[in-house]
Design a protein around this ligand. Structure first.
Ligand code: SAM
Ligand code: CA
Length: 249
């Protein structure tokens, strides 16, 4: 009886990071480093490594996709046999190059970013990797481009995969548009959906300004996609959180 009472008491406790039943294994920076050194870096394409190291010297390097997430994107693209893809938010191109390397020779990425200067930093390395021909880069805000595409019925339901990693303010606006551009069975991946863990921070938590600014938008998207019956979702705690949405209708 004493044991049963103890078990019941334990079951009523909120799950802590060290509990066996807790499914998140990453408990330390050392464990993350282990993943990188054991599984990611030895298999990272030499041009991805060069792009990552170049980006590390850039003042806005915090924006770059981490290499384990690049590996995940690469795997997803191949598993899906994706051919026609879109990326919203390119920066210097780490996720773009991960995608381009995974696509077949005739695969395409429609890539959107307001700032071409960032893309131009990575472009020589993307060219060296031999995949620049797969990329159709457009400079400018993404929303009007998506709206224009949606006017063309032939463009609807044509993308296999879309990676959304631009301005967080517009994530819900992107979702409302991209859902009609991705085909049934295709996938949208939203990046940074755990937003440095701030999605569970108390409202008065001392957060950095950009975290405070984006938090509500990420929470809004997370709530929206959780009840959107047009998709199935999977929230992965990789990188800063990535939410995979598979269009089902
Ligand atoms: N996916 C990139 C990578 O792997 O390194 C990181 C993208 S970074 C987090 C966000 C990018 O979104 C920036 O390069 C920024 O210029 C771009 N951006 C911001 N607002 C945008 C908008 N309204 N439309 C398109 N791109 C935008
Ligand atoms: Ca990101």
């Amino acid at each position: 009886m004493a044991n049963e009472a103890k078990e019941e008491e334990q079951q009523n406790q909120p799950l802590g990071h060290t509990d066996l039943a807790h499914k998140t294994l990453l408990q330390s920076d050392a464990l993350y480093q282990y993943i990188l050194e054991t599984s990611v870096f030895p298999r990272e394409h030499e041009c991805l490594k060069e792009l990552r190291e170049m980006t590390q010297k850039h003042p806005k390097n915090l924006m770059a996709t981490p290499p384990d997430e690049g590996q995940l994107l690469n795997m997803l693209i191949k598993l899906m046999n994706a051919k026609n893809t879109m990326e919203i938010g390119v920066y210097t191109g780490y996720s773009l190059l991960s995608t381009a390397l995974a696509l077949p020779p005739d695969g395409k990425i429609f890539a959107l970013d307001v700032n071409r200067e960032y893309y131009d930093l990575g472009l020589p390395i993307i060219e060296k990797a031999g995949v620049a021909h797969k990329i159709d880069f457009r400079e400018g805000p993404a929303l009007p481009v998506l709206d224009e595409m949606l006017k063309d019925e032939k463009k609807k339901g044509t993308f296999d995969f879309c990676f959304v990693d631009a301005d967080k303010d517009n994530y819900l606006n992107y979702h409302k548009r991209v859902i009609d551009l991705v085909k049934v069975g295709g996938m949208i991946a939203y990046d940074n959906t755990l937003w440095a863990g701030s999605v569970v921070a108390p409202p008065d938590a001392p957060l950095m300004d950009y975290i405070k600014h984006g938090r509500g938008y990420l929470m809004e998207l997370n709530k929206y996609v959780a009840q959107d019956s047009r998709i199935e979702i999977c929230q992965l705690p990789v990188g800063d959180g990535i939410t995979l949405c598979r269009r089902i209708i």
